[in-house]
Design a protein around this ligand. Structure first.
Ligand code: SF4
Length: 63
């Protein structure tokens, strides 16, 4: 399992992470980021990609 943290002080809700890991990150009806904090290892690469593309470097992965 991996744990995912998003620093909501940094996050600007741009949504790039949503394209990379749609099972984990979503924009809600108010265009605010929502995410799942615990995910299966199978999502690791997607979440890494999301962390890489996040313009605010707001995503942290704990393995
Ligand atoms: S890519 Fe980064 S700044 Fe954009 S919504 Fe995701 S966590 Fe927030």
């Amino acid at each position: 399992m991996i744990k995912i943290q998003v620093d909501m002080e940094k996050c600007q809700h741009y949504g790039q992470c949503v394209y990379e890991a749609p099972n984990i990150f979503q924009l809600n009806s108010e265009d605010k980021l929502e995410y799942i904090a615990t995910a299966d290892d199978a999502e690791l690469n997607n979440v890494k990609e999301a962390a890489d593309v996040c313009p605010m470097q707001a995503i942290t992965i704990v393995q």
